[in-house]
Design a protein. Structure first.
Length: 159
């Protein structure tokens, strides 16, 4: 079985919940991307939207996980202002040349998944082998098992 890394950013815990469920299903290593900028509360929410809109980068906490040691890196992000979070934009920009294969998932209140995946694809300069978009309400109510299974099937990694 291939060596898989799931990298995600989660401001509210919704994207984390999906990453953890997926990791337990496919026995993947889990890595939370941590932004050094405090994006909590109402002010953090507004600044997160602004930074995402303007495609700003941020400073990330140092990670000791090396994505180049994995056959597949699955990247998860919340959708902010119809695009990826600032932390994931930064991670992909910094690590793009170290990613052998990628897959993407996102969580969102309403929409923006297609644009988010297009922008993520553009940064890493490779097509994802699979994508999954989940609504916040689905995750909050634990109604996303079918989507996880479909995503795992698209990954075609379990032999």
């Amino acid at each position: 079985m291939p060596k898989i890394l799931i990298v995600y950013y989660s401001r509210t815990g919704i994207t984390r919940k999906v990453a953890e469920a997926l990791a337990s299903k496919i026995n993947a290593t889990l890595e939370e991307v941590k932004d050094t900028f405090d994006r909590s509360g109402a002010k953090g929410y507004l600044l997160a939207g602004r930074d995402a809109t303007f495609k700003n980068l941020t400073m990330l906490e140092t990670s000791h996980v090396k994505p180049e040691e994995f056959d597949l890196v699955i990247v998860g992000t919340p959708v902010w202002s119809w695009t990826m979070s600032v932390a994931i934009r930064t991670y992909l920009t910094e690590q793009k040349n170290k990613l052998k294969k990628v897959a993407f998932f996102c969580t969102m209140g309403s929409n923006g998944d297609k644009r988010t995946f297009i922008e993520m694809t553009g940064i890493v300069n490779q097509l994802p082998i699979a994508t999954m978009a989940l609504k916040t309400k689905q995750v909050f109510t634990d109604n996303f098992e079918n989507e996880i299974q479909q995503f795992v099937n698209e990954l075609n990694i379990l032999e």
